[in-house]
Design a protein. Structure first.
Lengths: 116, 116
């Protein structure tokens, strides 16, 4: 079975600092995708970044980068130069490619609060 | 491109009633997935529809059902509502490429259902 673990329920970070949100995963499938989503208090889940299990390089999207360590089964999200608008819940998710089981499995999330 | 839309945004129902939620995917997306989000259980996958057929299903009772129309719009129905069905229901759309770990799901704003 697939499982995503986010061990940080909440984090407080000073504005303009970098922040790392932890995510570990468990799967026996060789092909999978890892995603990070941001959920502001409004409720909408916003896609941030994707990393494929066969990708050789870490994914980057603007201020977001994914620190992918396949052997450790970790996919940490790094936000550089944090902003007040980054305050939200952040979810790590995994998608497997087994036909009939292609769904997103989510972690429990990390609530990030940026302090001015 | 317009994003995923969900209607209604808020609903209040009483136990025993039934409810229908609607989701319009991003233009060109053929897959629609539904998720339930509660404080206690987190984000849980309900089901996925692709080309008017249910392709994946989560572990929810038969009271939860869905369908998809030829224009890819989807509806979710919950019959005989229980207090525990109070949740944020999120719908997500994607291209629906089977076997691809990179099939990114884009979420709508959600429907917040309260069962009294």
């Amino acid at each position: 079975a697939q499982k995503i673990t986010q061990t940080q329920p909440g984090m407080f970070v000073q504005e303009k600092e970098a922040v790392t949100l932890d995510c570990t995963y468990d799967t026996s499938d060789p092909s999978y995708g890892l995603f990070w989503y941001k959920q502001p208090s409004s409720g909408e889940m916003i896609f941030l970044i994707y990393q494929g299990s066969y990708d050789q390089q870490n994914a980057t999207e603007g201020r977001y980068s994914l620190n992918f360590q396949k052997a450790r089964k970790s996919a940490n999200l790094v936000i550089s130069a944090s902003q007040l608008g980054d305050s939200a819940m952040y979810f790590c998710a995994m998608r497997n490619t087994n036909f009939g089981n292609e769904k997103l499995t989510f972690g429990t999330g990390t609530r990030l609060t940026i302090i001015p | 491109k317009a994003g995923v839309t969900q209607t209604p945004r808020y609903l209040i129902k009483t136990r025993g009633q039934q409810v229908t939620l609607s989701c319009s995917p991003i233009s060109g997306h053929r897959s629609v997935s539904w998720y339930q989000q509660t404080p206690g259980q987190g984000l849980q996958f309900l089901f996925e529809y692709f080309s008017e057929t249910q392709r994946n299903k989560g572990n929810f009772p038969g009271r939860f059902s869905g369908r998809q129309f030829s224009n890819s719009r989807s509806e979710m129905n919950v019959s005989t509502l229980e207090l525990g069905d109070s949740a944020l229901y999120l719908c997500a759309s994607s291209l629906g490429t089977s076997g691809s770990s990179a099939d990114t799901q884009y979420f709508g704003p959600g429907t917040r259902l309260t069962v009294l």
